[in-house]
Ligand binder design. Structure first.
Ligand code: AMP
Length: 274
């Protein structure tokens, strides 16, 4: 996909894959190479409406610079009068969220494999000073081989120093973000704990209909492990060591990858059949 100037004429457009806040995503084929991609079509009018130019620019700048097997590739981008087009890696098995909804919860092997892949991706991103800040099942896609890919870098930041902007989705917010304090890459580690709980129990740990209650439960780290479904002691230990209020005391990414629950359960190939 190495070319200076792309245009919509370079692509054959295939089936509709999904709709996001700013536009639609289609399967597409680059005419010359036959390469299959996902083409995200963003309407400039929508960017205007939501005042999201900066968000999309950041998404493009950050994602374009990342190249890892667990991070969705942004190969190229271009625009015309009314639209911005993102040429993305095609994730044939779609959203992890859909899979979680249909299976209700994951086995420990499946959960640990996805968490290990996520940790690999975060090691890479954090090494490049990129904090994702909006890790949630909707932003995790699966490729044809069942490999996890982090997508949607619209909330990400590139930063060496600490940040202080509230963003992300309520259930997945870290305490320091709820409190509007300075935060760093450890917010993503907190989210790994939230996701792991959600993978194993089917719902995020601090979820409540009332957003204010969710915030309070996050701040109190009101973590409860129901007796059903049965979850191993090692998995609970893993989650408890990530959902720690003091961000400096959370498991680091390296410790995530060497925790006994991950070592025993994660499939090293990272590929899972659905
Ligand atoms: P988004 O605007 O990023 O929220 O995307 C809208 C929907 O399109 C998502 O919910 C996915 O189901 C689908 N989608 C987005 N990107 C891809 C991709 N790279 N490969 C396959 N499906 C995608």
């Amino acid at each position: 996909m190495a070319k200076e100037e792309w245009s919509i004429a370079d692509f054959e457009i295939g089936r509709f894959l999904g709709e996001g806040r700013y536009g639609r995503v289609y399967l597409a084929r680059e005419k010359q190479s036959g390469y299959v991609v996902a083409l995200k079509v963003i309407f400039k009018a929508k960017l205007e409406k939501y005042q999201s130019h900066a968000k999309i620019r950041r998404e493009i700048e950050i994602q374009h610079g990342l190249n890892h097997s667990n991070v969705l590739r942004l190969y190229a981008w271009f625009h015309d009068e009314t639209r911005v087009f993102l040429v993305l890696e095609y994730a044939a098995r779609g959203e992890l969220y859909e899979l979680l909804s249909s299976l209700h919860r994951f086995s420990e092997k499946r959960a640990a494999t996805y968490i290990a892949s996520l940790a690999e991706a975060l090691t890479y991103c954090h090494g490049k000073h990129v904090i994702h800040r909006d890790i949630k099942p909707e932003n995790l896609l699966l490729d044809i081989e069942g490999r996890l890919k982090i997508a949607d870098f619209g909330s990400a930041v590139k930063s060496i120093s600490k940040r202080q902007t509230m963003c992300g989705t309520t259930d997945y917010l870290a305490p320091e973000v709820v409190e509007n304090k300075e935060h760093d890459h450890a917010v993503d580690n907190w989210t790994v704990g939230i996701l792991c709980y959600e993978f194993l129990y089917g719902i995020p740990p601090f979820s409540d209909e009332d957003e204010q209650v969710t915030f309070q439960r996050i701040l109190n780290v009101d973590l409860k492990f129901p007796s059903k479904p049965e979850v191993s002691a090692k998995a609970k230990d893993f989650i408890s060591k990530l959902l720690v209020k003091d961000s400096s005391k959370r498991l680091s990414i390296e410790e995530i990858l060497t925790h006994p629950w991950i070592v025993q359960n994660a499939d090293p190939s990272g590929k899972l059949q659905v």
